[in-house]
Ligand binder design. Sequence first.
Ligand code: NAG
Ligand code: NAG
Ligand code: NAG
Ligand code: NAG
Ligand code: NAG
Ligand code: NAG
Ligand code: NAG
Ligand code: NAG
Ligand code: CA
Length: 764
Amino acid sequence: MGACIWVVFCIMVHFIPINGLVVKSPNIQSVLHRHKREFKWNMMYVFENMSSKSPISIGKLSSSKFNRTALFILRGEGVDQGEKGIFTVNKLGDVFVHKTLDREKKAIYNLNVLAMDEMTRNLLEPETSFQVKVMDINDNEPKFDLNEYNVSFYEGPYTEAKVLTVHAADPDDPTVLGHAEVEYKIFAPKGFYIVESTGDIKYLGTLDRERNQTYKFIVQAKDMPKHSNTGFTSTATVIINLKDINDNKAKFIQSTYTFNVSESTAPGVNIGALLITDKDEPQNTNPQFNPTNLAGVFEIVEDADLKNGKIILRKELDYETRATYHFQIEVTETIVFPDKDDGVGFSTATVTINVLDEDEPPVFSPKEYHFAKMENVDKGSIGKVNAIDPDTAKNQVRYSIKEDSVDSLGIDSNTGIIFIRKLLDRETKAWHNFTVKATEINKDGTQGKESFASVHLKILDENDNPPELNGTTYLVVCEDSKPETVVATLSVTDKDEMTLDTRFTFHLKEENTNFTLVPNLDNTANIIAKYGGFRVNEDDILTLIISDNGSPPKSSTTTLTIHVCPCIDGDRMCEVASAQMGVSVQALLAILFCILTILIITLLFLLRRKLKKEPLGSLGKGVGEIHEQLVSYDEEGGGEMDTNGYDVSVLSSAWQNGIRPRPESQTGPCLYATVQKPAIKQNMEIMIEVKKDEADHDKDGIPYDTLHIYGYEGQDSLAGSLSSINSSSCDSDLDYDFINDWGPRFKTLAELYGVDEHDAAYMY
Ligand SMILES: *[C@@H]1O[C@H](CO)[C@@H](O)[C@H](O)[C@H]1NC(C)=O
Ligand SMILES: *[C@@H]1O[C@H](CO)[C@@H](O)[C@H](O)[C@H]1NC(C)=O
Ligand SMILES: *[C@@H]1O[C@H](CO)[C@@H](O)[C@H](O)[C@H]1NC(C)=O
Ligand SMILES: *[C@@H]1O[C@H](CO)[C@@H](O)[C@H](O)[C@H]1NC(C)=O
Ligand SMILES: *[C@@H]1O[C@H](CO)[C@@H](O)[C@H](O)[C@H]1NC(C)=O
Ligand SMILES: *[C@@H]1O[C@H](CO)[C@@H](O)[C@H](O)[C@H]1NC(C)=O
Ligand SMILES: *[C@@H]1O[C@H](CO)[C@@H](O)[C@H](O)[C@H]1NC(C)=O
Ligand SMILES: *[C@@H]1O[C@H](CO)[C@@H](O)[C@H](O)[C@H]1NC(C)=O
Ligand SMILES: [Ca+2]
């Protein structure tokens, strides 16, 4: 402070006379002589930041016209312009400052002064302008543009890298020595320094992100340089973030890598990773793997994210073939500074891959079997399948045929020999395709893994079937056929294998007078009419022998029937009939069979009904119910109700030579109870036979025929008839015991009509 004031004193040795109005510095007034209008200065000075309770006098205005009634008037900045009330002047011309001024806000005030007579209000001096200058004191510290400098900067090999520039400004008066001058200081790790004149922060050496990624330190700005005990300071924070460049080599973290891989691992699978280390960020990690001796089994692929070397299996492994793989691998990387190497990690590594043994299923060799065997053989073997356990355990293998449907072949479970169990017939089954299963038997006897192989057995043909005529043996020829007419072309089928070399030969057992056989080249033969003109409905029989050319050859004999047929315009008129005949034998047989079946069924049915007669009453149904059913049966039956065709008198006449019939039987409306008890013990059967005979020779035979039929129905009469009798309006006190005497054939009837306690229970 003392220094400042001293400086101000030195400066303020001026008078400022203008037009007689003199602005004088108060302190100097007494010291200096007055030289009117000698000085052109028209300025007053005041220090900023001066605070005092009373106003401070900053100078005196004087005028030659000054007398007791004279009055000074101030105008301008700080008086009636801008902030008011800063400056005042008293009667004696003393100018006062009433407020603390700040040079950094306003450094110069422009004022006008005039003098006038207090009494007369006459202008004594014209308006004259002068300035009040606020003088600087160092009251501001230098200020950094930013409180925090946050910069990103690439690491790298620099000798003197300029990292950033800082700047601080001091608002104090730069014209006053040191007030606005700035001196920078840095409080940073070793290597950083600042250039004072420019504010550049530099680093001496190489910034390495891998050593220290961020630096944070403080910079200081101070005014009044070279005066360490005075001046103001301020600070800012500097943050330096180093950006990565690829300056570190990728290395293996181990010098040996060992992996265990199951031999059943499928190709394409990632076996494991060769872990690498690289201090650089991932985008700056670009390792190259240079393996040797991978044998085509493995492939090294760079992991996209982690940049490790992945080992990918490319071939199937087999523990039994090769149990371990070794290979060398080198990792390289092109980096920005080739000589940077911190010695961490390994640039080459040895990789060992152990193939682990797996319990594998047995292996068939070959994987598929094709056998051929002559047909008509029922023993022996057709071949052998073979499977072995590929594992070191070399377990035993058991064979079996997978399909249950294969019954003509078997397999020896120990040897794998496939043998024949049943006669092989090519015509039944030409191929036997099946699957053979091989099962490992573990050392402890349990079943282990299994595998399958397909077996194809082709049955070779033997000429064991004779050729057969393909088509009908019933030939038709027109009666008016011309000579050389082809009656038929005979073709042949042979169940045996027919090849291009198969030839059939045809010949007739006996020469025929009317027809001849002409073989064609295509294994067919034509039957040709020799003369033509035949007699209708005559048949010719030809015995045809067909042979093949197999070894041994087989032949068949076929009988051909040639039927002569009337023809109109070449249309055979009997073809349909003959065709019908051909069918009719079978049709007839079928019809006969049907009739027989129906008969048997009917008989069985009737028998069953008869047997059911007794239990009928014990069904638990009401008697009325049963009656209804029985009546309705009678309606269906019809025959017994057909009284028109039923003349009992015929039966009655049988007794004309004996006792007359009982009178009551002829009077009532009874429909059925007209049978009389025979007087004599005579076999009714014989009697009926006699009557039948009579009827047969009677001219009016029709009713007796009907009786005839009735007689038969009666024999197997159903229980239904019994109901009708029961329900008849007749008096039922008839005695049917006589029927017992009619003979064995009427036994059934006697049973039906015989009254006993059992039957009585169902009467009403
Ligand atoms: C002061 O001076 C003015 C003009 O010069 C004059 O008119 C006035 O009377 C004077 N006053 C006194 C008290 O002398
Ligand atoms: C300026 O005034 C303020 C307040 O009155 C004071 O704190 C400060 O020290 C002064 N500055 C100087 C340089 O005198
Ligand atoms: C500095 O800037 C970086 C990015 O430019 C940002 O990630 C970081 O947070 C900043 N640091 C501070 C302290 O603001
Ligand atoms: C890294 O920078 C920080 C902040 O600047 C510092 O504290 C630390 O000591 C530095 N580390 C090294 C290794 O330079
Ligand atoms: C590989 O297997 C062996 C034993 O079979 C075991 O000792 C070793 O630790 C395994 N190594 C790895 C990497 O799994
Ligand atoms: C059996 O296998 C053979 C050869 O693969 C094939 O030609 C034949 O059609 C097969 N037969 C049957 C019935 O599957
Ligand atoms: C047997 O005859 C039928 C019908 O005429 C024919 O389709 C078939 O091909 C014939 N077979 C031979 C082996 O000629
Ligand atoms: C074939 O010829 C004989 C005479 O040789 C004759 O008796 C016979 O009826 C003829 N057959 C036919 C079908 O015409
Ligand atoms: Ca780096």
